[in-house]
Design a protein. Structure first.
Length: 550
């Protein structure tokens, strides 16, 4: 037994020596990596960033609404918006003079403490609306953090169909913290907290956003800080006139005309029969457009019976004999020794494994890979569309594509002669830094930030190329003026989510589109497309410009 333990220790020590000797030193060359390890070496993202437990943490709230959807049948409203939260983290500040003048640092939302901004009057309790989706945040030298996330807030809205099809609905979204009370977390806002520059009109509803108000709600003996957003929606009258009023007027005219005809005439019989059939069709069609009433159905509660016999069986399965435990431990140790020896042998014989460990042992995928943080990262993007779908009811276009993304990673360079002539290697996208390229005007609200998981190829000079499969979804501007020969204009706004033009650069020449593999749609065709770079300013951050492509 002691011999086995000694063998294990010797193998581990030998592997650690080999690992240290082949590790590529990145921290001494990257100031960003050195700053990140300085900030997070003793940081706990689960603790509220306050020095004293009695201090209140203020959170600045800004909303940039994208579009609003209302469901007649479930009486729920979907509020698609960009949520911008800004707060101070006293544990994440530094002196720029000690880190070559760095004043900003990009961090993942999973690496820091983030507030839980949720909807209390949720319309679907099955959705997780309290946690913040994965996103990139901006950290300033004084500890100020700003996170921008794409959120879809689903809330229950008391519907009023008294004046249908000219009905109005007043909805109120109750925002607040699910875990913290008012003496711990305070959400505040200004008169400019709602920015309507990016709002897309709904074809069915006219949306009017009211002012944000704040109130304190008492829960037991504690006080909760709440934010209320009022939204008023009104059904578009043009659709009601087209679908409901116009057929009713025509049928009324047919009915009155039939009354003036001779009772015994054949024309009157034909007209009355046609009128009767038209009434039936209109009633059948109207049935699908009439919304449901406001009756609240009581849920059926089924009693669950406990199965004591199953619980007893599960407990018996977890119990093991003490005599066999020792033998299992011995067998496990023997297998560990065997695996360690095999891994050591494979590492010595495989240049790809040695190269991968050499490159990634001191690598941090959250740090932009440049030798100087003032240097920008140039991207080259080629979009190869495969399929296209367009939904006339939601005005959403889906473009299924292959996407080729290339850039240079200065931390992933090596000499091929040191690794048996290997000049390229395949790495997973989650193992390396990837640009947070995303669809700014996404058609379904919460979109994933960055490229989807894929395999990337890395060359010896640090050139990277990833080819993920991406489905773009965007909302188009509806125009049925020349129906059924109508044309729809759709803009796909493609940009970096957290980096500005001084950090990530996209030029018109480096963003291309190839239609060689496109499969034509049976109903719609792409007449023309163009790539146009646009500089877009985010109002909540001074001099912050987006490299945007349409």
């Amino acid at each position: 037994m002691y011999k086995i333990l000694i063998l294990i220790l010797s193998v581990v020590i030998e592997n650690s020596k080999c690992f240290e000797s082949t590790c590529k030193d990145i921290e001494s060359k990257s100031v960003d990596l050195r700053l990140r390890r300085h900030l997070f070496c003793d940081y706990d993202p689960s603790l509220r960033p306050q020095i004293s437990a009695h201090n209140v943490l203020n959170i600045d709230v800004n909303l940039i609404p994208k579009f609003v959807e209302f469901d007649d049948y479930t009486s729920s409203i979907n509020f698609h918006s960009w949520l911008i939260l800004t707060w101070d983290d006293v544990h994440l500040n530094w002196n720029p003079d000690e880190f070559d003048g760095i004043t900003l640092h990009h961090v993942k939302s999973t690496d820091i403490w983030v507030p839980d901004f949720t909807v209390f009057n949720s319309g679907d309790l099955g959705l997780d609306q309290s946690s913040m989706p994965l996103t990139d945040c901006i950290l300033s030298q004084n500890g100020t953090i700003q996170c921008v996330v794409s959120r879809v807030f689903t809330s229950h809205c008391p519907a009023d169909f008294s004046d249908w099809p000219y009905d109005n609905h007043n909805c109120t979204l109750h925002f607040g913290s699910w875990l913290y009370f008012a003496d711990e977390l305070n959400y505040y806002f200004t008169k400019d907290s709602i920015v309507m520059d990016e709002f897309v009109r709904n074809s069915e509803w006219e949306v009017k956003l009211g002012n944000i108000s704040k109130s304190l709600e008492l829960y037991g003996s504690d006080v909760d800080s709440m934010i209320f957003l009022n939204i008023e929606i009104q059904r578009n009258s043009s659709r009601g006139i087209l679908i409901y009023i116009t057929p009713a007027i025509i049928l009324t005219i047919l009915t009155l005309t039939a009354l003036y005809l001779d009772v015994c005439s054949v024309e009157r019989t034909i007209l009355m029969s046609t009128n009767f059939i038209s009434h039936l069709f209109c009633i059948f069609d109207l049935h699908w457009y009439i919304p449901t009433n406001n009756a609240i159905r009581a849920p059926k509660i089924d009693k669950l019976e406990e199965n004591n016999s199953n619980d007893t069986d599960n407990q018996n399965e977890q119990l093991k004999n003490k005599k066999t435990m020792w033998m299992e431990c011995v067998n496990l140790i023997e297998w560990l020794v065997l695996v360690s020896v095999i891994l050591t042998y494979v590492e010595e014989k495989s240049p790809y494994l040695r190269l991968k460990r050499h490159l990634l042992c001191d690598y941090d995928p959250s740090v932009r890979p440049t030798t100087n943080f003032r240097n920008r990262t140039d991207l080259s993007i080629v979009v190869v569309p495969k399929l296209m779908e367009f939904d006339e009811f939601t005005n959403v276009m889906k473009l299924h594509t292959w996407m080729y993304i290339a850039w240079k990673d200065h931390h992933l360079q090596w000499k091929p002669e040191e690794f048996d002539g290997v000049d390229s290697i395949y790495l997973m996208s989650h193992e390396i830094w990837t640009p947070d390229i995303t669809i700014v005007n996404a058609g379904f609200g919460e979109e994933e930030i960055g490229i989807p998981p894929t395999t990337c190829i890395v060359s010896k000079d640090g050139r990277l190329a990833c080819v993920p499969i991406v489905c773009f979804s965007t909302r188009c501007h509806r125009d049925h003026t020349y129906w059924p020969f109508d044309q729809q204009h759709c803009n796909v706004e493609y940009a970096s989510w957290s980096y500005n033009t001084e950090e990530i650069y996209l030029s018109e020449d480096s963003f291309r589109m190839q239609m060689i593999h496109f499969v034509p749609n049976a109903e719609w065709k792409i007449n023309d497309f163009k790539v146009e770079p646009v500089q877009k300013n985010l109002n909540t951050r001074r001099n912050y410009m987006w490299p945007l492509f349409l």
